[in-house]
Design a binder for this molecule. Structure first.
Ligand code: F6P
Length: 334
């Protein structure tokens, strides 16, 4: 018999009934977005708008439609006290007194949309601070380290739509059965293999890299003759969800470093709704995740849309990379 997401959630001892209801609503939002992504060319929703988000990135029609789906559907679930999104400058109010805060990137990797490649959604559930129970949620309420997360996950809109989730006791993956409108458990215990020979980095930025990363990538390219004593293969999909999904299935490392470009001085990806949830999933699956100066989950954001460098994936190669090469880049940043 197939296990649905609801069946699976009901068995999780680390998630309360309110958290389960909230997560089912997040999964429903992702199911709806999977349909929007699939039908985008038929409904004239491909392409950029003239607006930009707070990061000065051009918004796509689907970015905003996906954001609306998250807010509409998750807003119907009173367990969420407030929302933070890549597409919103400030927080959006949920139900006052709700137990949880939901941070999300409604459509990650949206430059892939026009070319019919993978895109995804990423989300993070944090506890609503007790102090916020009697008042409207504020941006500061979200500024918690990733270790505080109660649940995190992503949806991948690719050849199949997948929903990957952790409530703090491992990672499970579900595949959308469109006919039944259900997420079905297909990847019960996702584990990042300790050893792997795949890496993902946008190497067109090499001229901007810091010295430690340059040395690490030189070692990667020398392969088995060099200090890392193994050959590597490269993959880069330009959608973090797809690259992290590959790592959760068959291992590897993913890096989006800070570099010498002013706009990327603190990395490109956002701490609250990209690096922290993905770092948590990777740690839950037995891998490692580093930010600027150590484990990314230890970092308390100082603003909603703060960026962070990120290096996550298979334990053996990344621990060595961090200790011997990458740590010096972070320290130099202060
Ligand atoms: O969130 C931004 C994002 O699209 C990630 O999904 C992806 O990993 C990265 O940016 C790609 O960046 P670049 O275009 O610099 O390779």
């Amino acid at each position: 018999m197939q296990t649905t997401l609801s069946d699976w959630l009901a068995l999780q001892e680390t998630s309360s009934a309110p958290l389960q209801r909230g997560l089912e609503q997040v999964a429903e939002a992702c199911r709806v977005i999977a349909g929007l992504v699939e039908r985008a060319p038929l409904e004239g929703r491909l392409g950029a708008l003239t607006t930009t988000n707070i990061q000065d990135e051009v918004q796509k029609a689907l970015d905003l439609a996906s954001n609306d789906v998250f807010l509409d559907l998750c807003g119907q679930e009173p367990v969420f006290a407030g929302f933070a999104s890549e597409e919103l400058d400030d927080v959006s109010m949920g139900t006052q007194g709700g137990d949880f805060l939901l941070a999300f990137d409604p459509l990650d990797g949206s430059s892939n949309i026009e070319v019919a490649m993978c895109v995804g959604s990423i989300f993070s559930v944090l506890p609503a601070p007790d102090a916020a129970r009697g008042r409207a949620i504020q941006a500061e309420d979200f500024l918690q380290p990733g270790r505080n997360q109660l649940a995190a996950g992503y949806a991948l809109y690719g050849p199949q739509a997948m929903f990957v989730l952790s409530v703090g006791a491992g990672v499970a993956g579900f595949t959308l059965d469109r006919d039944r409108r259900e997420w079905i458990l297909t990847h019960p215990d996702m584990t990042v293999p300790e050893e792997s020979g795949e890496y993902a980095i946008n190497s067109s930025n090499e001229r901007h890299w810091k010295p430690g990363l340059r040395q690490f990538m030189a070692a990667v390219q020398v392969g088995r003759e060099g200090p890392l004593k193994q050959d590597f293969n490269m993959r880069w999909t330009a959608a973090m969800v797809a690259d992290v999904h590959r790592i959760l299935v068959r291992g590897g490392v993913f890096l989006y470093p800070a570099d010498n470009r002013p706009k990327v001085a603190n990395g490109k990806l956002r701490l609250l709704y990209e690096c922290a949830p993905m770092g948590w999933l990777v740690e839950q699956a037995g891998g490692v995740a580093y930010g600027a100066n150590g484990p990314v989950l230890n970092v308390r954001p100082s603003s909603l849309h703060q960026r962070s460098p990120i290096a996550l994936g298979s334990r053996r190669v990344l621990e060595q990379a961090w200790a011997e090469y990458l740590v010096s880049d972070g320290a130099a940043e202060g």
